[in-house]
Design a protein around this ligand. Structure first.
Ligand code: C5P
Length: 309
């Protein structure tokens, strides 16, 4: 059973002060883009995880991998026990690791869908989303795809009314960033700002301007409205990203933003040809490890092949 699953960028990421459980309340606009991982699950004598492709050496192949935990969580939720619950999980990665593109969450979501099919467990989308939320904040979105507003810690989803499709150049960083470290830096920066008497932290809210622009389907209107509260934290951890963002803007990107917790930079292009041009220029300028183009929105985790048939 093979499932394809997309990366995401955040068109808006508004972050509030940390809750008692340490998580930050978010209002975010998730947007799934056509940079995909593929996850295949097969029955096996015991749990095995194998990873190939982009950054494969950086991905753990034991229980600490979210995809492994996804298979275990689904087996539990579906009442699948013993050797029947053992699977071989193969992840073909194109989404870079620790990049702010929700690659780990994507693989977990794909594993949930693949195991649900393989075991014919029959969990509904809503039940799968519940298991997904127990695994990580971005996993429910990776199941759903599209353009979606996320609240809570990112797991409460409502589809957004967005028209048209958007073309992106994605510039991958030279090294990864830890999401937890970026949030901790965000807290430090905000504390330092309030100590100087600057405005107190407020609850995050959805940008109505961005939502209106998304309904118009016009990338020229959407570009200037892209925002990410985590961007200053990502830039303070990797100052060179400023150059990456500036390079894209110089070449006519309609919007230039750090994706999620970074370090991937996402550039909104005028059209597919401009996205390709931006990707080539960014790679050539030496401001990133590599760049790719992608478009969105695309669907979430989708069954590609059922090898049993
Ligand atoms: O939920 P997930 O495991 O993907 O989150 C990874 C880390 O990111 C958390 O341990 C937490 O430090 C941080 N985080 C947060 N607030 C969120 C989402 C993630 O502080 N809404």
């Amino acid at each position: 059973m093979t499932v394809r699953v997309p990366a995401k960028v955040n068109l808006q990421l508004a972050v509030g002060p940390p809750r008692d459980d340490g998580y930050h309340p978010l209002v975010t606009v998730f947007h799934a883009v056509s940079l995909n991982d593929e996850v295949t699950v097969r029955p096996a004598a015991k749990m095995v995880l194998a990873v190939t492709g982009e950054d494969a050496a950086l991905v753990p192949t034991d229980r600490s991998n979210l995809a492994w935990r996804a298979a275990s969580a689904l087996a539990k939720a579906a009442g699948v026990r013993g050797t029947e619950a053992a699977v071989r999980i193969e992840i073909r990665k194109r989404i870079p690791v620790a990049a702010g593109l929700a690659g780990g969450s994507a693989d977990a979501a794909a594993t949930l869908v693949a195991c649900n099919e393989l075991w014919q467990a029959g969990l509904s989308q809503r039940e799968l989303a519940e298991v997904a939320a127990s695994l990580g904040s971005d996993v429910p979105f990776s199941l759903m795809g599209g353009t979606v507003v996320g609240r809570g810690r990112g797991e409460q989803l409502t589809p957004a009314l967005a028209a048209g499709s958007y073309h992106w150049a994605l510039a991958f960083g030279l090294s990864g960033l830890s999401t937890a470290e970026v949030y901790a830096t965000f807290d430090r920066l905000r504390a330092a700002r309030s100590a100087t008497g600057a405005s107190a932290p407020t609850e995050p809210s959805l940008s109505t301007e961005l939502m209106t622009a998304l309904r118009s389907g016009d990338p020229a209107r959407v570009g200037p409205l892209l925002t990410n509260d985590l961007q200053p934290a990502a830039l303070s951890l990797q100052p060179d990203l400023r150059r990456t963002l500036a390079e894209g803007r110089e070449h006519g990107a309609l919007g230039a933003i750090v994706s999620g917790s970074g370090p991937t930079c996402a550039f909104l292009a005028r059209d597919a040809a401009h996205a390709r041009e931006l990707a080539v220029l960014l790679t050539g300028a030496g401001v990133c490890r590599a760049a790719a183009r992608a478009s969105g929105p695309v669907p979430g985790a989708t069954v590609l092949r059922d090898m049993r048939s």
